[in-house]
Design a binder for this molecule. Structure first.
Ligand code: AMP
Length: 432
């Protein structure tokens, strides 16, 4: 199928061909006709499938008929709710790009920055508003946002909004919108609360699904390094230097962990930057730009901050920590091997993460390729059989005996917090 077959206005087709888009992606092929038809839609698709264009293009197509000449008074006619600032900015840019030859004005609003310029823009009038939930509700409460003329509502990355605790805000927002709206819900996974959300807020939706989350990109090689938690930074540095890895996206489970990796790399002369929720919007954008422009070889990110970041042809993804939700692994490695390029996903697995590894391998229905013979194998007994629950007690004891290093046990601790915190107090932050 070609874009010409989709009955789109020439203004959009021109913008798409300038972007070098030759054909719609599968989600676009399926979703665009449904949305143009005015129906509600549930799209099961993750970032990287072209889902943004799948909703932005038909919305622009419809709005162009209404907005027409630039002289008309502007009302918010489409509202896109998305969990993170980065995603909001990218969606806003997409509307600008695909709507380049229309008079549609898009505004992106998000929290963590001063509201003044957002309010000024709102007062001038916008057709499409892209927003994170908190800022939207805040500005609505202050009377700066009128949703009475809104027709298209997009709930993007719904499962992520659920994970981030935005689901109540999302429900509040939906209730502020007119009943006769068209509602489009996109989500990479479809847990029960998302299906319930769809059932209660969408009217006879059509369902489309691409790249189920359990299928990992075929072109991505997936390597596994068994390594003690305390040696991960050394191994990361070793790989970056010895394998001359450039353009590497490193995932950590926590914000603190991301900062620690950046510091450790810097100490050894490798420049990197971290993006996570505690960083200001400006600092996140600066780091992201530096990484995209190849000024820094390594970007360290938490899952939430990285969600939706669109970086073309990323060759390497490193899971510094294994995620405790197996689907997250699939999202992470989906950042490499895109658009016909090959990619390498490297995962570090501490002994306490073996249960996570088991869950991941079960989901993707394959075993990761174990790389032996690296300089930092497990220092004690060999890897426990897969699936065995981590034994924090023995681990701490043996680590303390070994070299005085404590091993904080990560996020999945059971009932041994006091032991854990004692151990970590003794040996705070030892940099590599
Ligand atoms: P998304 O899944 O919306 O994050 O899109 C992922 C990437 O695919 C973005 O960089 C888009 O610019 C790109 N893209 C979207 N649609 C197409 C298309 N039809 N052809 C080529 N690239 C596309």
């Amino acid at each position: 199928m070609k874009f010409e077959d989709l009955n789109l206005i020439r203004n959009i087709q021109q913008a798409l061909s300038e972007q070098g888009y030759e054909a719609p992606t599968p989600i676009q092929e399926q979703a665009i006709p449904i949305i143009l038809d005015g129906k509600d839609l549930v799209g099961c698709a993750q970032t990287g499938t072209g889902k943004t264009a799948a909703f932005a293009i038909p919305i622009i197509n419809n709005l162009h008929r209404i907005v027409g000449s630039a002289t008309k008074v502007k009302y918010i006619r489409a509202l896109v709710i998305t969990p993170t600032r980065e995603l909001a900015l990218q969606i806003g840019e997409s509307f600008d790009t695909y709507g380049k030859y229309t008079n549609i004005r898009t505004l992106t609003i998000f929290g963590g920055v001063n509201q003044t310029s957002q309010v000024d823009q709102l007062k001038k009038g916008v057709d499409v508003l892209v927003a994170t939930p908190g800022r939207l509700l805040d500005l609505h409460k202050q009377g700066f946002i009128n949703l009475d003329h809104m027709h298209h509502l997009v709930l993007d990355e719904a499962d992520q909004m659920l994970d981030m605790g935005f689901i109540h805000d999302v429900k509040k927002i939906v209730k502020l919108t007119p009943d006769n709206r068209q509602t489009l819900l996109f989500s990479a996974t479809m847990p029960l609360p998302i299906r319930e959300l769809a059932d209660s807020f969408l009217t006879k939706p059509e369902y489309v699904s691409v790249t189920p989350v359990s299928s990992t990109a075929e072109r991505v090689k997936q390597h596994l390094y068994h390594v003690d938690k305390g040696d991960k930074r050394k191994l990361l540095y070793h790989l970056i230097r010895n394998e001359s890895l450039n353009n590497v996206l490193v995932f950590t489970r926590t914000k603190h962990g991301a900062d620690n990796v950046v510091k450790a790399l810097k100490k050894n002369g490798v420049e990197s930057g971290a993006i996570h929720g505690d960083k200001s919007q400006n600092s996140r954008q600066r780091v992201l730009d530096a990484f995209k422009n190849k000024e820094i070889p390594v970007l360290v990110a938490t899952d939430i901050a990285a969600r939706g970041i669109d970086i073309e042809s990323l060759p390497y993804v490193i899971n510094f920590d294994l995620p405790n939700i197996p689907e997250t692994y699939v999202h992470r490695i989906g950042r490499t091997g895109r658009a016909g390029n090959s990619g390498l996903a490297i995962s570090f697995c501490g002994k306490d993460e073996l249960p996570y590894l088991k869950d991941i391998e079960k989901l993707i229905k394959m075993k990761l390729k174990v790389i032996d013979g690296h300089p930092y194998p497990y220092s004690e007994e060999t890897a426990k059989p897969e699936g065995q629950k981590p034994d924090f007690r023995n681990k701490n004891k043996s680590n303390n005996q070994r070299n005085g290093k404590s091993k904080p046990t990560g996020n999945n601790s059971g009932g041994n917090n006091s032991r854990k915190s004692e151990a970590s107090k003794k040996n705070k932050k030892r940099w590599y």
